[in-house]
Design a protein around this ligand. Structure first.
Ligand SMILES: C[S@@+](CC[C@H](N)C(=O)[O-])C[C@H]1O[C@@H](n2cnc3c(N)ncnc32)[C@H](O)[C@@H]1O
Length: 346
């Protein structure tokens, strides 16, 4: 039997980390296989030679933003009829799909394909409807077409719950003009990607309290303030006047690695640029001491051995607390040389 294959979309330049992580994720689930990729392509192809005993989920992976289980690949489509062969593959699968997304890599080559992707998606949707293969009210499986080029397209069908709920795994967020810095989008994306909808509802309630370590000028603090969450902003730099004027922010000029809250808080977030292991240890201390219930923080990645460094940080955190930790991490669209982590008592 041919290998099962999956396509993972990643940040361009991070294909080696994504490939290492996928092979590791397969191995720890009792499977085996190998990943193939090209530098700066923005995607990795995973060949599964021995199936894992538990399914790989995009939410468990740090460097993959989207994960697509393939049912086929067309590498020499006729530009005069690209729809026909793909429609035939969907029919052969016997699956009714809810809708269709044409996705491209987050790379210069992928960028060039955006206009094609939009028009091909419309053409494909029309054909699927005509053939009664697409009905949003009757299916929880989506057809994903990953366009490597205009004539090379991978075909995947994924359950809504298994794949990222945004095209290419990228939530398109609008920059709020009243926010003091663009990095506000990083925390907003982290809330969307790392938390479930019910967790966001329960854990981001007005009247809660937060500490923001390395807060200036206040992009992350803004995300709490707009939810009426009182925030202590710890940083020696200046906070945006507009945030201070809300009356919801206490600005403490102190070292974020030494600061301790007077009372436990719901949230501690940290965007200080420091060695990742030092940040990880401090975050673990906050959780162990019960100073915060949950935390979101960045780990700035080194130039080399980036995936092993993340693993080292997680291992250190697990060792540092006497209870199970729920650790979730993703290299977000708004992240660069860093990953964003959510941690709480498991
Ligand atoms: C990347 S910026 C934070 C941006 C902020 N999250 C935002 O959205 O506007 C990093 C901040 O960490 C602060 N910082 C770095 N080391 C610190 C430390 N040891 N204690 C307190 N603040 C620190 C810097 O002064 C800087 O303002």
């Amino acid at each position: 039997m041919a290998d099962a294959r999956l396509i993972a979309l990643t940040r361009a330049g991070f294909e080696p980390e994504c490939a290492q992580e996928l092979e590791h994720a397969l191995a720890v689930r009792g499977g085996a296989g190998y990943a193939q990729t090209q530098r700066d392509s923005g995607f990795v192809e995973l060949h599964v030679q021995q199936p894992p005993n538990a399914r790989l989920h995009v939410r468990d992976l740090i460097f993959a933003r989207q994960l697509l289980p393939l049912i086929g690949t067309f590498d020499a489509l006729d530009p005069k009829d690209r729809v026909g062969p793909i429609l035939a593959a969907v029919k052969a699968s016997g699956v009714m799909v809810s809708d269709v997304w044409v996705e491209t890599a987050d790379s210069p080559a992928g960028e060039q394909l955006r206009a094609f992707a939009r028009s091909f998606e419309s053409a494909m949707a029309a054909a699927l409807k005509r053939e009664r293969r697409m009905d949003a009210s009757r299916s929880l499986q989506r057809l994903h077409l990953f366009a490597r080029s205009g004539t090379h397209i991978d075909v995947a069908i994924a359950k809504h719950a298994d794949a990222a709920p945004w095209k290419g795994g990228i939530p398109r967020l609008r920059f709020p003009s009243e926010a003091p810095s663009r990095s506000t989008l990083k925390l907003e994306e982290a809330f969307l990607v790392l938390l479930g909808e019910d967790e966001r509802d329960r854990w981001l309630q007005p009247g809660m309290t937060a500490v923001d370590l390395g807060a200036c000028p206040g992009g992350w603090t803004y995300q709490f303030v707009r939810r009426s969450i009182r925030t202590t902003a710890v940083d020696n730099g200046p906070m945006a006047e507009s945030l201070m004027a809300t009356g919801l922010v206490d600005h403490v000029r102190a070292d974020g690695f030494r600061y301790q809250p007077g009372k436990p808080v719901e949230w501690m977030v940290c965007d200080m640029v420091e060695q990742p292991i030092k940040v990880a240890e401090r975050m673990a201390t906050w959780l162990r001491e019960g100073w915060c219930r949950r935390t979101i923080f960045n780990l700035k990645l080194p130039m080399k051995k980036r995936w092993p460094e993340v693993q080292r940080c997680f291992a250190r955190m697990h060792e540092s607390v006497p209870f199970a930790l729920d650790l979730r991490a993703k290299q977000l669209y708004h992240d660069r040389e860093e990953v964003t982590v959510f941690a709480t008592r498991g």
